[in-house]
Ligand binder design. Structure first.
Ligand code: PXG
Length: 289
């Protein structure tokens, strides 16, 4: 595998960063996870925009232009023949000393990995997911905003540990007010009486790119779509619940905290939107050439 390190394609064995990189020492950096389908990168501009917004939020100046990073992503996909894969774009604060001060780190490290994607088992798309609500609350927006896709994902990892320990793959996280925020790596929707509801960004969520596309598809289908504060009550009593994300795409949730959601199987609207999203994602994107 060839990795793009600061604009240079190097073999995986040579793709190394310093132990003094603040990305490692403090989780000081930002990232994106992007998909390619059939030789095209899905929503590349949106991901790159979000990367630069995350960087801006932590006062990290990415030393190259969006156009250049776009070219580097495509070049890395080409070099690895990543026609259907997963692209990880990482920008770390760079090398510093053992001390928090980010401003002594002079050179951010820009890393692009174009690899295979690890998906949820295919069967789960037919049966739906069983999830729990985690005891670990989602980061407070005024502490480390969930809108900021930083290299510090411990909050999400703690949620994931709870899920796995409970025999589930995913956990739903609540915010400091007890409202639903999102899953550990996916956004969440509840469907009630044909109306889709999803927590607003101020509930402490990542402003998901898949979430936005699904909201648009649902609107085009004539469904009412609302960004609304949701409580666990709203999930437990929904007709359908589903998650959206770059890796998961659209996947049904059929059980939360051992309570059956709706009929206990993927709902009609979830299935329809999953199908439409899958088709849409494979029909657009920036060509790898
Ligand atoms: N919430 C969180 C906390 C996320 O990390 C999403 C929602 C969905 O956002 P998008 O823009 O992807 O629809 C994410 C995305 C990984 C991986 O390697 C994680 C994500 C995406 C791709 C890969 O774990 N998280």
């Amino acid at each position: 595998m060839k990795i793009c390190m600061n604009g240079r394609l190097v073999p995986e064995s040579a793709a190394k960063i310093s132990v003094f990189d603040h990305g490692l020492l403090y989780g000081d950096g930002v990232f994106e996870g992007i998909r390619s389908y059939n030789g095209r990168v899905f929503a590349l501009d949106e991901h790159i925009d979000r990367l630069y917004r995350s960087a801006k939020a932590i006062a990290l100046e990415i030393p190259i232009s969006k156009q250049q990073i776009t070219k580097d992503v495509i070049r890395t996909c080409k070099a690895n023949k990543t026609m259907n894969g997963y692209i990880r774009l990482v920008v770390t604060r760079g090398v510093g000393t053992l001390g928090l001060n980010p401003f002594i780190c002079k050179t951010p490290q820009i890393i692009i990995i174009a690899a295979k994607i690890q998906l949820y088992p295919k069967k789960l798309y037919d049966t739906g997911l069983k999830v729990i609500t985690a005891g670990t609350i989602r980061n407070h927006s005024e502490a480390c905003s969930p809108s900021l896709k930083s290299l510090n994902y411990l909050n999400n990892v703690l949620g994931k540990i709870e899920a796995i320990n409970a025999g589930c793959i995913e956990a739903i996280m609540l915010n400091q007010q007890g409202f639903v925020s999102e899953a550990t790596g996916d956004n969440i929707f509840a469907v009630t009486n044909g109306c889709l509801r999803t927590p607003p960004t101020h509930a402490g969520i990542l402003d998901g790119i898949t979430r936005k596309v699904v909201m648009e598809l649902a609107t085009q289908n004539g469904y009412e779509v609302a960004e609304e504060t949701l409580m666990r009550y709203d999930l437990y009593t929904a007709d359908e619940v589903f998650l959206t994300g770059t890796a998961a795409e659209v996947i049904a949730v059929v059980d939360i905290d051992r309570r059956k959601i709706g009929a206990g199987q993927p709902g009609i609207i979830t299935k329809k939107l999953a199908k439409q999203f899958t088709a849409y994602a494979r029909s657009v994107g920036t060509p790898i050439k």
